[in-house]
Ligand binder design. Structure first.
Ligand code: FCB
Length: 461
């Protein structure tokens, strides 16, 4: 006699990635997805009126990106998005997180570019036809170059241009978006873009980084009312890349180094949003770098949000080389990915529980990015990415523990749907659930994607 199937029972395939039995992540109301961003996948850099972005300019500046690669073609998603939506559907995700390329949708005078906007309308329609939700990021780093020439995020005016862009897109896409994200990782835009120069536009001045951060956050605050007015049913939030800092020894100075790291990496973004102020200890690291803040700015920045997205990849281990400084320590015992990032799932639980303790007004959390890069290749039509399978399983378990200890987490997006253009590292670092052959544009679901799909189909409720 055939026994009725219990859908929540893991098979050998789903067990490669699935959360522990009894985890709230097995419930169907916990949202699962995969993510990408415009510059990393779209290609079609010169089509349908798209303007140059700071990343086009940066990539074409010798020495900035590994092997001089760029996003001109990337995954050619602009032309192949239907095929990519089919992959998402085949995986069985609930939602897709992607970003809009600002240079595609507005001209230099700030007028709408209908052809560019139409691409995102077709993308969202395609998602809905397949029963998936759209999580849309407005700014995943591809600032129009002409705005950089007006000062970029150093200029207060850009925060207002960003709010205009948010207003336009939320009006054009009204009714189609489940969740808006203003910024993806303002820390990267501000620090890597203006402080250490590893990202576009490549400036190296921490005073500028602090000012750019302020204008990014102000832009977020200015955009919120328009997003809420144009799309009242959508969630509105911001995505931050956070990492817990651990002291290498128990000395007071190393503990202070860990605190300073978290100030720099986490609270620089989160304190303004949830406390309406910059963390004072940041200015111990960067003396005299306080940004110019005008009356009323912090109230705009600290308006309530519906959710906070956290991109979690790894932790930091720290020591103090001298007062008011921190230095990374390398732990040779810990497993690493091909980015040379530590695999440290416990950090996700520790981080979430700390955010929950530190911010009484913390909204629901989403893991908006988690995943890893590895040297994946197709062998006999298959990609057996074992390290990624184990990575996802361990991080799902860590998220489960945080939820069981009272942290509200509503969803989880794997970074990334596709192998793609990994910024200054070009195409060498493969983060995808789906392998992309960049010569032929052939997509192959890695074993992690097949396991994820099997798990998603077995959820309860
Ligand atoms: C994050 C970015 C994302 C991707 C991953 C690996 O910082 O948001 O675009 O590059 O890292």
């Amino acid at each position: 006699m055939n026994m009725p199937l219990d859908p929540s029972v893991a098979t050998p395939l789903s067990d490669l990635v699935s959360p522990p039995a009894g985890s709230p992540m097995w419930q169907r109301n916990f949202l699962f997805g995969a993510g990408t961003s415009s510059y990393q996948i779209e290609g079609a850099a010169h089509e349908d009126g798209r303007l140059e972005s700071i990343w086009d300019r940066f990539c074409n500046t010798p020495g900035k990106v590994l092997r001089g690669e760029n996003g001109d073609v990337a995954c050619d998603h602009y032309h192949r998005f239907e095929e990519d939506l089919d992959l998402l559907q085949r995986m069985g995700v609930d939602a897709y997180r992607f970003s809009i390329a600002w240079p595609r949708v507005m001209d230099e005078a700030g007028r709408p570019n209908a052809r560019g906007i139409d691409f995102y309308k077709r993308l969202i329609d395609g998602l809905h036809r397949r029963g998936m939700k759209a999580f849309v990021t407005l700014y995943h780093w591809d600032l129009p170059q002409h705005l950089e020439e007006r000062g970029g995020w150093l200029s207060r005016e850009i925060a207002y241009r960003f709010a205009d862009y948010a207003e336009l897109m939320s009006r054009e896409l009204s009714g189609g978006v489940a969740a808006w994200t203003t910024h993806n990782e303002p820390w990267c835009s501000a620090y890597l873009g203006y402080g250490d120069g590893h990202h576009a536009p490549g400036h190296k001045n921490v005073r500028w980084a602090a000012q750019a951060m302020h204008h990014l956050l102000l832009g977020h605050g200015l955009a919120l009312p328009a997003l809420r007015a144009n799309e009242p049913k959508a969630l509105v939030g911001l995505v931050a890349n956070c990492a817990p800092g651990y002291a290498a020894t128990d000395s007071a100075s190393d503990r202070d180094a860990a605190h300073l790291f978290e100030t720099f990496q986490n609270t620089w973004v989160l304190d303004p949003l949830f406390k309406g102020e910059y963390p004072k200890d940041l200015w111990r690291l960067w003396k005299g770098a306080e940004p110019l803040v005008l009356a009323g700015d912090m109230d705009k920045i600290a308006q309530p949000m519906d959710y906070l997205g956290i991109n979690y990849y790894s932790r930091a281990l720290l020591r103090s080389p001298e007062a008011d400084k921190f230095e990374w320590v390398r732990d040779p015992a810990v497993e690493r990915t091909s980015m040379d990032w530590e695999v440290y799932p416990q950090g996700l639980q520790d981080l979430f529980e700390k955010l929950h303790r530190d911010y009484p007004n913390l909204p629901a959390l989403y893991v908006t990015e988690n995943g890893m890069s590895s040297h994946d290749s197709v062998q006999d039509g298959e990609v057996d990415d074992r390290q990624r399978q184990a990575y996802l399983k361990a991080h799902f378990a860590a998220c489960t523990r945080a939820m069981q200890n009272g942290v509200k987490v509503d969803g989880y997006f794997i970074w990334s749907l596709l192998d793609n253009f990994e910024w200054a590292f070009g195409y060498e670092r493969r983060f995808g659930l789906v392998h992309v052959d960049f010569e032929t544009q052939k997509r192959t679901l890695k074993k992690s994607a097949l396991a994820y799909s099997d798990f998603l189909g077995r959820r309860i409720g």
